[in-house]
Ligand binder design. Structure first.
Ligand code: IMP
Length: 224
């Protein structure tokens, strides 16, 4: 079991992902807990992503397929499906986030939202509200556990580059209160990027807000 294995330093969780950003964030989260996160590399085309509008359904399907590629059949394996959900676009790009990023990218998203501008900074955040969501599915050798995480925020009007991946140059998280919970748009909290998008902050700062961290925490809480 994961928790039993977690007491020793050699517990390995195989992470099926080709995204280096996701891998680094999972490694950052698991390293202090004594887990070694290894990238599970499979042959091109070996994993088929189902057509679904549910992150959870996609994650479960990929986890089932990933099991066949484990070095040892009772190893632990994890997958994550995530996306950016923009309120003004009824949740688009959502499950299509990866494809939309590869086609129109951050600049295309900024163009789609160009008409949503306000002089009032609070109104601006509300008009451009969005959230990152992640579903992480883990096979611990005997059963499947699902973790859900969300990071509410808004889309900036211009890119902040340097860190992160995907939509990080344009995604600004809501501030967090003393308990680490998101505050309403415009309220200032002790944990804040001060209006800077994830692309403009270090990885450990993103981690305090991140949907990925929340999904991993939710998952770890459920371990028997
Ligand atoms: P998938 O989970 O591999 O289908 O891809 C999710 C896509 O959502 C990524 O390729 C990114 O475009 C976007 N995404 C998910 N999480 C993040 C994040 O933490 N930062 C930036 N983009 C993200």
């Amino acid at each position: 079991m994961l928790r039993e294995a977690g007491r020793c330093m050699e517990a390995t969780v195989w992470f099926l992902t080709s995204n280096q950003g996701k891998l680094e964030e999972a490694q950052l989260h698991f390293a202090p807990l004594g887990y070694n996160i290894e990238q599970l590399v499979v042959p091109e085309g070996a994993i088929v992503e189902p057509q679904s509008d549910s992150l959870e359904e996609i994650a479960i399907s990929k986890l089932e397929q990933a099991k066949a590629h484990l070095p040892n059949s009772n190893d632990m394996v994890m997958v994550e499906d995530s996306g950016l959900f923009i309120s003004a676009l009824d949740g688009f790009p959502g499950v299509y986030s990866s494809y939309v990023y590869e086609t129109i990218g951050c600049q295309g998203i900024l163009r789609l939202l160009a008409h949503l501008e306000s002089e009032d900074p609070v109104q601006q955040k509300k008009l451009r509200a969005a959230s990152y969501r992640a579903v992480t599915a883990l096979w611990d050798g005997t059963s499947m556990i699902i973790g859900l995480g969300e990071c509410p925020g808004s889309l900036a009007s211009e890119k902040h580059e340097g860190h992160g991946f995907g939509y990080d140059p344009v995604f600004v998280p809501l501030d967090l209160n003393d308990e680490g919970q998101p505050l309403p748009a415009g309220e200032l909290g002790p944990t804040s990027t001060h209006g800077v998008a994830f692309g403009g902050v270090e990885l450990d700062v993103k981690h305090r807000f991140s949907h990925r961290r929340r999904a991993l925490e939710h998952l770890l809480e459920q371990l028997p």
